[in-house]
Design a protein around this ligand. Structure first.
Ligand code: G6P
Length: 629
């Protein structure tokens, strides 16, 4: 939530900041602002709305000659409101009473009310409702105590803050200098040929450099215009961190000819699955390899329980992982919302394996769940997409999914990569525990290798046209229901989330066996006589032991006025007799069906969203990384 970017160097800072903010808009997009260092003052420009509106305001200021000569130092912010409504006053950067300090912040200052009251008593005047503004005023005070030492003023300020923050700060008396710091919020620092940068996430700086550094909690970095960076630990001791090279490049962060990132990312899925499978199979010993897990066969058989913790789409991937781990590894598995788990004193022992799934690796609740599990002595394995993310520092071991950068707020390719990775992991654990043999594992791996080509089949023009037709049938509805059984039900949970988050069409998913216990009452009976009133029911009906039961459920829904859209195995004649709205899925083992069936559900959600005029990449009220509780 919220994206920050900072640059100082020998070139114009404005395109660096605005370009960076555009790439961070997935983190929040209700208002944006920049603070630019001019020779004698800090000039702040903020706007409610997206970075585009800010860009227009900056262009106007340039045309009016307000920015003088090219500014080479500045900070920027794109906001996802937590404290105070999204308006210009609450937009960052925030300033102190003198106007000399400018601060951008991502995170939440938990003790802001107390600090604000104390600062007000000491005569400070506040201009916004944000938690962030206290930081600017504290720096103002601390700077008076240590005049000339901005880094020290920031350090003593930060010592008074509780909560999460990534901060970038500039000061009118320190031209060409930026101070950045972080605690429980991400921040990456990079060195380019023409200056130094800091940002909430690598996409904001990848255009300028792939050589980056990650700060530890409460470390402070001072960025100088000449390209040098001083790093300090919380005690103020200087250190030299190791640089990390980012493996993906700018092209990955661009739309590459697609109308939106979501479609681009959906189309990247065959490659993502290929990359996930690469190097995972030892065909000599018929084993799935998971060297990162770093648990011996003995330790693995000592594991007596698995708890998967995650949020949102990652939670749904966890539900699929549970089914496979239990079925193959014969281990009890619980899947918990990280936000619930962290507050409920869960049962954890040294024999508990906690698997924390997070695309971003920075979801606040998931991170807290990991810390709690570690404190209780459990072994924590993180599954994430982001190198250098917080979760990689908190867990015992890390498995990276190979989704590469995902920009659209709605997770698509990262979900498929998580499910594929969990499938491999479940097979690995089952084999380590002696529950399955090499032949079984080889066969599974062979089937998985066919997945990329099968996903390609789902992305052809003919296949997507069929999905678009079904989407058009539903776009005007008030509510849509998803039903499935087994892994089909879990696929539905994710399908319904995708639909509601990007199209704002209310959607709920149910295990089909449950519909008679309540959900069937939602079917509008007027649908029996008026096709416009038919409630859409999306039924995931792939081949499984419960296939006949699914057909019965479909008929029950239709008998009450539902319009059924069925996802079914290609060539399924029985489904074709029940409904004209069929989306065909290539034949696949049931355990792998979520990987295929999720793809048309993603496209379905996207088509409905487009028909309803929604922005598929930046749905309202959402952000890609939820770094606050
Ligand atoms: C946000 C995103 C979702 C994501 C969830 C968990 O709500 O909009 O797409 O599934 O966070 O994120 P994580 O990065 O932990 O997987």
């Amino acid at each position: 939530m919220c994206g920050i970017v900072a640059f100082t160097g020998t070139v114009d800072t404005i395109p660096v900041l605005l370009g960076g903010l555009r790439r961070l808009e997935y983190r929040g997009y209700d208002s944006a602002g920049v603070a630019l260092q001019l020779p004698t003052e800090i000039k702040t420009i903020k706007r409610q709305g997206k970075v585009l509106q800010l860009h227009e305001a900056v262009d106007k200021a340039i045309a009016a000659g307000e920015l003088g000569q090219m500014p080479t130092t500045g900070i920027g912010h794109t906001r996802w409101a937590t404290h105070g409504i999204p308006n210009e006053a609450n937009a960052h950067p925030h300033s102190d009473c003198t106007g000399e300090v400018a601060v951008v912040h991502n995170g939440i200052i938990e003790n802001h009310a107390h600090l604000r009251a104390a600062l007000s008593e000491r005569g400070h005047r506040f201009f916004s409702q944000t938690d962030t503004e206290v930081i600017a005023h504290l720096i103002e005070e601390e700077y008076q105590a240590t005049p000339g030492d901005l880094a020290q003023a920031v350090r003593t300020t930060v010592a008074q803050l509780s909560g999460s923050f990534a901060l970038a700060i500039c000061h009118a008396k320190h031209p060409g200098v930026l101070v950045v710091t972080r605690n429980d919020s991400p921040l990456v620092v990079g060195k380019a040929a023409y200056g130094v940068l800091a940002a909430s996430d690598t996409p904001a700086i990848i255009e300028h450099t792939r050589r980056v550094y990650f700060l530890d909690d409460r470390d402070v970095a001072v960025l100088h215009q000449n390209g040098t960076i001083d790093f300090f630990d919380p005690a103020g001791t200087a250190y030299s961190p190791t640089a990390v090279t980012i493996e993906w490049d700018l092209e990955d962060a661009e739309r590459g000819g697609y109308p939106d990132f979501m479609l681009k990312e959906i189309h990247e899925q065959p490659k993502v699955i290929k990359d996930t499978l690469a190097g995972r199979f030892d065909d000599k010993n018929h084993q799935i390899l998971f060297e990162e897990l770093a648990l011996s066969a003995q330790e693995m058989s000592d594991v007596d329980r698995v708890i998967i913790v995650a949020c949102g789409t990652s939670y749904h991937a966890g539900l699929i992982g549970k089914d496979l781990l239990e079925a193959w590894g014969r281990l009890p598995v619980e899947v918990a919302y990280a936000s619930e788990f962290r507050y409920r004193n869960p049962l954890l022992t040294a024999q508990t394996l906690v698997i924390a799934i997070s695309q971003s690796g920075e979801t606040a609740d998931t991170l807290e769940a990991v810390k709690l599990a570690r404190r209780a002595g459990a072994h924590v394995l993180a599954i994430t997409n982001v190198v250098g993310s917080r979760i990689t520092m908190e867990a015992n071991n890390v498995v990276f999914i190979k989704a590469h950068i995902e920009i659209a707020v709605a997770a698509t390719k990262s979900f498929l990569a998580q499910v594929a990775q969990l499938t491999l992991l479940a097979a690995h654990i089952a084999q380590q525990r002696g529950e399955v043999d090499g032949r079984w594992v080889s066969e599974l791996y062979e089937h998985m290798q066919e997945l990329p080509a099968k996903i390609e089949e789902l992305l052809t023009d003919t296949a997507t046209a069929a999905i678009e037709r079904c989407a058009a049938e539903c776009a005007a509805a008030q509510t849509a229901l998803f039903i499935g059984r087994g892994v089909g039900a879990t696929t539905c949970y994710e399908g319904a989330l995708k639909l509601k988050e990007i199209s704002y069409l209310h959607a709920e998913a149910f295990a089909a066996g449950e519909i008679k216990h309540g959900p069937i009452a939602l079917i509008d009976p007027e649908g029996l006589s008026d096709p416009r009133r038919q409630t859409p029911v999306i039924a995931v009906t792939c081949q499984s032991a419960t296939y006949d039961k699914m057909l019965a459920n479909i008929e029950e829904m239709q008998a009450r006025g539902a319009k059924v859209i069925a996802l079914a195995t290609v060539g399924d004649e029985r489904i074709a007799q029940l409904t004209p709205y069929v989306i065909s899925i290539p034949k696949v083992r049931e355990c792998l069906s979520p990987i295929l069936a999720s793809v048309p559900l993603q496209l379905f959600a996207r088509f409905v969203a487009l028909i309803r005029g929604a922005n598929v990449d930046q749905p309202r009220n959402l952000a890609k990384s939820v770094t606050v509780e």
